[in-house]
Design a protein around this ligand. Sequence first.
Ligand SMILES: Cc1ncc(C[n+]2csc(CCOP(=O)(O)OP(=O)(O)O)c2C)c(N)n1
Length: 683
Amino acid sequence: MVFFALDLQTEKPNRHMELLEKRTIQYDRTGFEDKELISIYKALLKPRLIEEKMLILLRQGKISKWFSGWGQEGISVGSALGMKDDEYILPMHRNLGIFTSRGIPLNRLFAQFQGKMSGFTKGRDRSFHFGTNEYKVVGMISHLGPQLGIADGIALASNLKDEGKATIVFTGDGGASEGDFHEALNVASVWDLPVIFAIENNAWGLSTPSNEQFRCKQFIDKGIGYGMDAFQVDGNNILKVISTVRKIADSIRQKPRPFLLEFMTFRMRGHEEASGTKYYPEGIQDEWSKKDPVVNYEMFLRETNVITEADVLAITAEIKKEIQDGLELAFAEGKIVADTQTEIDDLFAPYTQEVIAPNLSKVSEKRFIDAIQDGLRQSMQKYPDLVIMGQDVAEYGGVFKITEGFVEEFGKARVRNTPICESAIVGAGLGLSIAGMKAVVEMQFADFVTCGFNQIVNNLAKIHWRWGQNADVVVRMPTGAGSAAGPFHSQSNEAWFFHTPGLKIVYPAFPGDAKGLLAASIEDPNPVMFFEHKNLYRSVREDVSDDFYTVEIGKARTVREGNDISVITYGMGVHWAIEAATNHPDISIDIIDLRTLAPLDTEAIYASVRKTGKVIVLHEDCLTGGIGGELVALINEHCWTDLDAPVKRVGSLDTPVPFTNTLEDNFLPKQRFFEALVALNDF
Ligand SMILES: Cc1ncc(C[n+]2csc(CCOP(=O)(O)OP(=O)(O)O)c2C)c(N)n1
């Protein structure tokens, strides 16, 4: 039994006293000078020694959790050394060796593990869940698979800027079961993206063995299905890993395309330390310990006289000192003191919008849809780094024809038809942002956002708060009912995102606002969900400035002044309110069009309520859990002494959106709103 080279209780004996009797990994050192072989050894040994130390600290209760990479270091270190320093690596939870090989100072790494300020997430996220542009590392979120789509975006940026850079992204064999894996590989293949999809096949996903996870014999077989080349290598052979990654990266830098790279390996310890390894068959750890990547490599270097026993001891001592120094610094650092304002401020990348006023001497009548097209086109002209991605958006012009003619003007590289892969595409949008570009992602219908939901609420929304990376992505959401399109082409789902901190939500009701707010959303470096009611596309028109301009995000607008009742609403609700005001000239209605749901213009709401004392909060979304509930709560908290009647909430029925128009009319709140208005006026 050799796999515990270290006695975790006593910290003795040192692992170097327990080398294998016989080396089991064969190395080909062609092309590697002695000097490089030694520096590889140092890089390989470092994560092992860190892990030894972490396991001790864990047992001493000094750290709370540890995900082991023991036995898989060859993959992490070899991959990092195989890539160029200015190329992105997207690691997973067992890839300590990537972080160390990229030269991240250990005190910062340990501070990150301990939730200290000099880590990378201001104590907001744990372990390897962080990224750093300085070291070109984009860490994972717990959901595993979403990493893969982000790599697509980073690689797309390389192609668009003709940089000739490769990107490598990791997944485990278990994570490869997620839909994100399929989507990301598919997109990379169709778009010829220079991504190495590295699968660490360690045969277990937590406690689930491969035969309960997938039925393919080996992952490289999947390459054929995706139309990409695939290699399988012994992940425990560091030199093989380095030379393979180098070869593939070199090739895809010259001729961009994706590769699937399957690393065969084994996870020697539990999924995380607390979960143990009882499910492993008897003897399997002993068997794999003979293939230990660190011990074998060290034996090879000693057998070939590249290093001596004395070198090993000196190198070990040097790394241990570095670890100790790093730990001392991290432990000496005080705990983070919570500051609520900082926590809230860091949700978004700092940005002060400079509103560009419309040139009113040059206007023309535009439908809602024309205005959106205008805002999008002029933004494409203004920002050469802006990319539009969506299904059928290229030559076809999108199902609503908003991007008609865009390919001719901007080319197919920037107006990209996507496969039906919402998750990978939103992820790719984030990848573009990481690489310094801007993205507009069009959902063909807002309903389909469910397939990209995770990327939006967990990646776009949280990434700035977690590690300071902005997500410069606008997701366009053709939304709403009223055209007998049934339950899956009609939903209002803004409330899902309203509940998620870190997203801006814009929802215009008029062409002029739609154009200026879309342009403003694209200018904003933060993620924006941009809702466009489909039934407004061709039904409302007004004079709109022809030149580029923006409208302030976070500012409501009083559409009509009144003194009897406030109607606080947005989107289609604004038009119902105008209709009601026209039909009831006897009721003086103050109509507030919120225009932006997040951030919310609470002052405009309160000012209206204080004026009228009677309020209807109206939205097309279902009543329960809709944004109206939140608005009512705010009004009650802040304006209760001004109220002359209970605040009324009106929304759609709490059912899915029905297809046939009699049912749909019954579902929508318009009629109930008219009745509520009269009742409230009589109150
Ligand atoms: C979407 C999602 N489902 C489940 C989990 C819980 N989980 C975390 S790691 C893991 C196993 C992953 O296995 P694999 O991808 O093979 O990587 P390994 O841990 O073996 O390196 C599971 C089930 C998760 N983090 N995310």
